[in-house]
Design a protein around this ligand. Structure first.
Ligand code: KG4
Ligand code: ZN
Length: 336
């Protein structure tokens, strides 16, 4: 069978990304236009500005992605788009553009859940992953443990009850005056710090739960920062960054391994922006090896938001002819 080419759009937050993906595994182009510089001055994403920036960029990026892929518009077999979860105004830009484009080409439209896109960043690079598997998805908006029985069939077996892991990174980094997004900065600083310098809580909740809670860790970190400010003392930022990061990594690693054991799976996937964290990748790899589990994670560029992961998730829907119709809407709190 001829491998299809999917045009995939991602506009759920602060990255406008357009990709062309062939057969779910070959990236013909994957352009990511980040708005981070624009939002940085506000310390976080401003939804209204995000929507406007997506509108400014999207047509140009689609043309550019087609040029880079060295294909013609007529070679596109389907148009995929993230339709949730995310910022409603931002999502609408992609959804409306994709609908018009698919209609104009006379080709199928495929709505993709953003979280599913993150999971499928793994299948973009490792098509050999056999199912069932467990996936830990850790991003700015989500922290989920998912049991994948077959393609596009998943059961949520754990999730955060308050802050997402990435959100905790961003909030603590912000309080430390490190800038936005905080995750990559904390990751870098931690390499120079002592992770035992501050005693921070590892919240595990009830004995049998695979749920997470990061708000206590966040508050404990903010308390340290505030108390030091009140006393006029300086904190060694590298040490606080390392101690905070270690607390997040310990809990994520423990629960991901526990989930894999409980489900009896040999394959564990890591996905989402926080999957780019060097310490999480290392610790989870070490623990997985000890337990005889195969750990997969996407390359760094494919951990954070990008169109290619949406194109790969769409491939599995394309194969099943699971199309969306032109009533497809942006759903800010779309569930898995
Ligand atoms: O998946 P993503 O691009 O967007 C969402 O769907 O939320 O994830 C962004 C999140 C941010 O919170 C960012 O701080 C975090 O991923 N992040 C990291 C690292 N790189 C990105 N967190 C920890 N360490 C990193 N290296
Ligand atoms: Zn994301």
């Amino acid at each position: 069978m001829k491998e299809e080419i999917i045009l995939a759009l991602e506009t759920s937050c602060d990255e406008t990304s357009v990709a062309l993906v062939k057969g779910g595994k070959e990236i013909l182009s994957n352009i990511i236009s980040s708005q981070i510089e624009t939002h940085k001055v506000f310390g976080g994403v401003v939804p209204e500005i995000a929507s406007r920036k997506h509108i400014e960029a999207i047509s140009f990026l689609v043309e550019q992605a087609i040029l880079e892929a060295k294909i013609n518009k007529g070679d596109i077999d389907a148009v995929a788009v993230t339709n949730g979860p995310g910022l409603v105004g931002a999502l609408l830009v992609g959804v409306n553009y994709a609908k018009a484009y698919a209609y104009g080409l006379g080709k199928p439209l495929i709505g993709v859940n953003h979280i599913v896109g993150h999971i499928y960043a793994n299948f973009l690079e490792h098509q050999d992953i056999s199912l069932p598997a467990v996936c830990l998805i850790v991003s700015g908006g989500h922290t989920h443990l998912v049991y994948l029985t077959e393609h596009l069939k998943y059961e949520i077996i754990g999730q955060t009850r308050d802050d997402a892991a990435g959100e905790a990174f961003d909030k603590v980094a912000r309080a430390m005056g490190l800038g936005y997004p905080g995750g990559p900065i904390v990751d870098k600083l931690s390499k120079e710090g002592n992770e035992q310098a501050f005693q921070l809580p590892r919240v595990r909740l009830e004995k049998d739960t695979l749920d997470f809670s990061f708000s206590g860790l966040k508050s404990a970190s903010l308390n340290i920062i505030n108390q030091a400010k009140m006393k006029g003392e300086d904190i060694k930022q590298e040490d606080l960054a390392a101690s905070f990061q270690q607390a997040v990594v310990d809990v994520l690693t423990e629960k991901a391994i526990e989930a894999s054991k409980r489900k009896g799976v040999k394959n564990l996937l890591l996905a989402g922006g926080v999957a780019a964290n060097s310490s999480l990748r290392e610790e989870l790899m070490n623990k997985s090896r000890e337990e005889g589990i195969n750990l997969y994670y996407p390359s760094l560029k494919l951990c954070t938001d990008n169109g290619a992961m949406i194109g790969t998730a769409a491939h599995y829907k394309y194969v099943k002819q699971d199309w969306s119709d032109l009533k497809l809407n942006a759903i800010p709190n779309l569930r898995l």
